[in-house]
Design a protein. Structure first.
Length: 122
């Protein structure tokens, strides 16, 4: 996972140049437990993406899917609003992902940017 190098040979000078090209990491990359950058992985708000597409967090449950460079989360908010007493609802988050390394990615949901880090041991 990560980046592949595309070697481009130039015909005139005979030099070889390495150019970084993004590689689709596939759904296996996202499986495991993730926390927001700088947060403790033991926090109940961390995200767990289970093989097969299930998603769990402190007050969220649902499904996740990786397709064509985008992550799609279909979630149910299990929290009860403290002011109104109403149950949370269903919502969808989807947006492009930028892989920053084997244990780090950014998930863009305009106008927000979720920066996630893989929890140790995952």
């Amino acid at each position: 996972m990560g980046w592949a190098l595309l070697l481009v040979a130039t015909g005139l000078s005979g030099a070889t140049v390495a150019v970084a090209q993004p590689v689709d990491p596939g759904p296996a990359y996202f499986q495991g437990r993730w926390a927001m950058l700088g947060e403790d992985c033991r926090a109940p708000t961390s995200w767990t993406m289970i093989p097969g597409g299930n998603f769990l967090s402190e007050n969220l449950t649902g499904t996740w899917q990786w397709s064509e460079g985008k992550l799609l989360l279909r979630l149910d908010d299990l929290a009860i609003d403290e002011e109104t007493g109403e149950a949370g609802g269903r919502f969808r988050l989807d947006g492009p992902v930028e892989i920053k390394g084997p244990d780090r990615f950014d998930f863009a949901i305009q106008p927000d940017l979720y920066q996630l880090q893989r929890c140790p041991g995952q």
